[in-house]
Design a protein around this ligand. Sequence first.
Ligand code: UD1
Ligand code: UDP
Length: 356
Amino acid sequence: MRLASIVGARPQFIKLAAVSAAIRQYHEELIIHTGQHYDYNMSAQFFAELAIPAPDYHLEVGSGTHGAQTARMLEAIEQVLMRERPDWVVVYGDTNSTLAGALSAAKLHIPIAHVEAGLRSFNRAMPEEINRVVTDHLSQRLFCPTEAAQRQANSEGILQGVEVVGDVMYDVLLHVRPRIDAHAHTLLPRLGVTPHNYVLATVHRAANTDDPAAMRSIAHALNKLEMPVIFPVHPRTRSVLEQYGITLQSHVQCIEPVGFTAMLALEANAHRILTDSGGVQKEAFLLAVPCVTLREETEWRETVEAGWNVLVGSRWEAILEAIALPRPDPSRQHPFGKGDAARRIALSWLNANATS
Ligand code: UD1
Ligand code: UDP
């Protein structure tokens, strides 16, 4: 098979690291980078660190409003797909690059495989929710991270080609895990913190960054914390903090976005994690660090049901209360597979050929 992977944003590079390595054992792969993320620490550093093959095409669409950005991607991806005519297009997660990749392929009648299919927050105000729903309904193959995701796709009438493979980010976490301790050993002293004595924070979701009151309330919570806070700041958040004139106290260390091993090292050693990221909620759970999620809902509900994740929105009082909660019961199972999701994805095309 000749597969074209389409990616563009930070979490997609991490997913691609696992999937590309597995795909290339059995198939030919072409990588198309839309250029949605372009800063070195949001893009190229992940290719270098995770040994992801260089993109065959870099479309350099950059930032913009949802319509403008998606439109530029559609136009550029279509050109590449018409030229390359892959057998399948593979899209990842729920960003505008996912949506544009799926739409471009659908219009050219190229079948689509969606990695991380079937997730729902049930909040249509979230741009990612629109991207997920549309992509799932355009896809011929839906690779679900969990049983719940498969049930969701089925409940929307998608019955063919839906398969639970596990979570590809768990594959990458397992791959990187042996390097975390050594990394923490040098990184934590450099940041002046000790294990389990700091809070790790990330914020980038539109519902928080586009709302000055929400952003101020989150910043207020960070300022009130009695522990050091390590805050790798997404470029979107850095610009709104400046724009809204929000100042953070000196115990809140704003740092540039970090590489994946550094991020896992910071997560694994945190006392608590405060985030609105999808991937970080799940990693907190897998690394057994209690998570406080700055959202009203999540597509990773299993982490909440297991007691390791608390949804608080952006209210500072609720954030501080949740951070003070005791650690949950350590005995737990996780629903994210066995760390072989990427291999199962790659093999699915061989299995389909064998049975057809
Ligand atoms: C996007 C995804 C989101 C995902 C996140 C991962 C959509 C709708 N959103 O959100 O689902 O969780 O990526 O991080 O696709 N910027 C830079 N440099 C960069 C990238 C972005 O400065 O390399 C700034 C620009 O000002 C840009 C803003 O960040 O306008 C937002 O970037 P964008 O890719 O549109 O959305 P994210 O918030 O990153
Ligand atoms: N991440 C990282 N460096 C950072 C912040 C996040 O490597 O400074 C990783 C994080 O560990 C997770 C992924 O990026 O694997 C999550 O991406 P993000 O929060 O940007 O997007 P989301 O998962 O919310 O779509």
